[in-house]
Design a protein around this ligand. Structure first.
Ligand SMILES: Nc1ncnc2c1ncn2[C@@H]1O[C@H](COP(=O)(O)OP(=O)(O)O)[C@@H](O)[C@H]1O
Ligand SMILES: [Mg+2]
Length: 400
């Protein structure tokens, strides 16, 4: 053990100044109780002890002075040579500031904030170390509590995130199911319409035609004297003719057989003509889709959108004119229907009950296309349907 004189301080003021204050210095070390201020010799043996050291580490001065400061260290720290390394670091760097678990006299541990400062005399010789220890257990525990709270929070966030992802997946699946259901409903509806249209057309149509032929046969054989019968027969013939036209129209509206026979463009022309005659709303056509080759699904979807949109124009718009454009490009088929009616605000008017608009959107979606409705209050409404041109979309369209 070396003799240590606290008068030789780190700042190396002259001994002359410090010697008279030696007593005061001891008093300082002995009475500060918030910190343990300890002097070690160059080997780490404890030279001084004070109130702070006793309060924090539990030893009385006579029990500890003269012992090596490694007594404060846990066994594993000693095994790793921590006390010696700390002194070496302090000696080479001048000072070390570390934190770690240390042991009190009763074996309990506390979290220590430790500053070890190398003390050298004026010639640079290492005389010992100053060690200031503060008990930071409360702060350490608070930090640990905070960390474990954070970890728990992270865990809960993680849990919630995966729950959300699961709900999201389920929602997406439900949505896909809904789309499939909508497609199925459309298909069933079209099938039903087709068979009703066929029955009306074939059965009723044939019956009416047979009636007409028989009536004509009777009329040809009526004696010229039976004027009243002749007039009745004439008016009956008119009724039958009208009924034949009606049956055709009803059947065609239910299922435009002409879609299969004469194609989409012609069916649109026919529907526009019929719409103009019945509603009195002028219908202007601009069809640039010659040699349009569409499968049944596409043709039906486009045609139904056209019909539904015209019905909306007649029912809601108050328009006097409708402009219809049908354009087929190599990539996309576009149907645009613009009216000059009162227009509308889609945000305000598209509600959950707008099944017409929803149905059109759904049809477009099924074909991998889009349906858009834009209204400008006071200026009219424009509906635009875009579906991929046939080459790339045949398979998708089969589901309708
Ligand atoms: N061409 C149009 N002009 C003005 N309003 C329209 C037009 N088309 C649709 N709308 C508005 O959008 C709403 C939703 O249309 P839709 O889904 O077909 O339902 P519905 O025709 O049964 O009312 C209509 O009630 C109407 O307010
Ligand atoms: Mg509608």
């Amino acid at each position: 053990m070396q003799e240590f004189s606290p008068g030789l301080s780190i700042h190396s003021p002259t001994e002359a100044v410090l010697r008279p204050n030696e007593g005061l210095f001891r008093l300082l070390i002995e009475s500060i109780s918030d910190y343990a201020i300890i002097l070690l010799d160059a080997e780490g043996v404890i030279l001084t002890w004070g109130a702070g050291a006793e309060r924090i580490e539990g030893y009385k001065s006579e029990e500890i002075v003269g012992k090596h400061f490694a007594v404060f260290y846990r066994r594993e720290d000693i095994r790793h040579n921590k006390p010696r390394k700390l002194l070496e670091d302090a000696a080479s760097a001048g000072r070390v500031n570390v934190e770690g678990w240390r042991l009190r006299k009763d074996g309990s541990k506390f979290w220590a904030n430790v500053v070890i400062t190398a003390l050298r005399d004026q010639t640079g010789r290492l005389c010992g170390f100053g060690k200031v220890v503060r008990d930071a257990t409360r702060r350490k525990r608070a930090e640990e509590d905070l960390r474990s709270l954070n970890e728990k929070l992270d865990e809960r966030v993680h849990e919630r995130t995966s729950q959300l992802a699961k709900s999201n997946r389920e929602l997406r699946e439900s949505l896909e199911q809904l789309h499939r259901l909508a497609a199925r409903l459309q298909a069933v509806r079209e099938d039903e319409r087709t068979s009703i249209a066929r029955e009306i057309h074939d059965d009723l149509g044939q019956a009416l035609t047979a009636m007409k032929m028989d009536l004509v046969w009777i009329m040809q054989r009526l004696p010229g004297t039976e004027k009243a019968l002749g007039t009745r027969a004439q008016s009956m013939l008119k009724v039958i003719d009208n009924a034949i036209v009606s049956v055709r129209r009803i059947a065609t509206t239910l299922r435009p057989g002409m879609l299969d026979d004469i194609g989409l463009a012609a069916a649109i022309e026919w529907q526009a003509q019929d719409f103009q005659e019945r509603s009195g709303i002028q219908c202007v056509l601009d069809i640039r889709a010659e040699n349009l080759e569409l499968d049944d699904g596409h043709a039906t979807a486009v045609f139904r959108t056209f019909q539904e949109t015209l019905t909306n124009v007649a029912r809601h718009s108050g328009a006097t004119r409708v402009t219809v454009k049908l354009k087929d490009t190599p990539r996309v088929l576009v149907l645009e229907i613009r009216d000059n009616g009162k227009g509308f605000d889609p945000e305000a008017e598209i509600s959950k009950k707008s099944f017409g608009l929803l149905g059109m959107k759904e049809r477009a979606l099924l074909l991998g296309g889009t349906f858009e409705i834009k209204g400008e209050p006071g200026y009219g409404t424009t509906v635009t349907l875009r579906v991929p041109s046939q080459a790339g979309s045949k398979s998708a369209s089969k589901s309708i």
